[in-house]
Design a binder for this molecule. Sequence first.
Ligand SMILES: NC(=O)c1ccc[n+]([C@@H]2O[C@H](COP(=O)([O-])OP(=O)(O)OC[C@H]3O[C@@H](n4cnc5c(N)ncnc54)[C@H](OP(=O)(O)O)[C@@H]3O)[C@@H](O)[C@H]2O)c1
Length: 307
Amino acid sequence: MSKAVRFDEYGGTDVLEVRDVPVPVPAAGEVLVRVRAAGINPGEAKIREGQAHERWPATFPSGQGSDLAGVVESTGGDVSGFAPGDEVLGYTYARAAQATYATVPAGQLVPKPPELAFDIAGSLFIAGTTAYAAVRAVAPGEGETVVVAGAAGGVGVVAVQLARRHGARVIGLASERHHEWLRAHGVEPLVYGEGVAERIRETAGPRGVAAFIDLVGDGYVALALDLGVAPERVDTVVDFAAAEKYGVRADGGMAADDAPTISALADLVARGELDIPIAARYPLDEVRAAYTELGRGHTRGKIVLLP
Ligand SMILES: NC(=O)c1ccc[n+]([C@@H]2O[C@H](COP(=O)([O-])OP(=O)(O)OC[C@H]3O[C@@H](n4cnc5c(N)ncnc54)[C@H](OP(=O)(O)O)[C@@H]3O)[C@@H](O)[C@H]2O)c1
């Protein structure tokens, strides 16, 4: 048997259960993975709460989770390049990662570099591809100033580092307790809240802000435009209404959900050039506690389930 997260109705973390289910059988083109780590994301909580029903409805009983890393158990027909025992990371769109076993299309898996720890590998997909897409969308140039709102969250920690790799100056909006981590990663941290526009203007100096990445919502798109950022250099992964209203970009994870991007991110971490802090690790049975912590909204980096 496999253990898997399930829920039968929309609701709070208390609808989440871990159940015994049959080990899934890989179809042609699929790989059966013994999952070692599955990162959790706010989008899954929005789906489970029913907030995303219009865009991404659930069917019940629903499984949960996209991000995963683990070890190949077996392969279906027509799979080359993977064999039992291989360490892999990747993603599923079947809401199935939070389980001891998951079947995954072979094209959505890549080899895990040996230097990359399972917990980070299993947390890389959604946060990594979203950060990659958002940074690519605003195309930071050498010496330009980029503001990242939500700089210390799962997506933020990756986005600030990728923007720095473009040679940009990065201003990261985050609570005080993340500032030391941000400074250590070459980011100029500022607290958000009242007066943030003034603080950004002062810190950015006469050249102003060239690009803005919004990972929070809450009026940041309008703030970016007030700061004089051109609409095509503002990207939000949260506020789709503002994107529509102001004509700014809304590239998120789906704009970069491919194996080469995951491989590139995995290699950066393996080489020590990208740091993904793991805020907390939970056994699969404590899935409710994991989402309760994520729901507080002040995570630094990623929270990961270890099935
Ligand atoms: N469109 C997509 O493809 C896509 C993909 C992934 C995620 N998302 C969305 O992007 C958002 C961020 O995801 P995540 O995984 O990074 O979440 P997360 O790990 O929970 O991080 C959220 C961060 O937001 C910060 N924050 C909260 N209120 C803030 C404010 N008013 N101003 C600035 N920062 C604030 C918190 O920082 P402090 O601790 O500093 O308060 C926290 O670190 C979520 O809404 C998620 O659903 C969209």
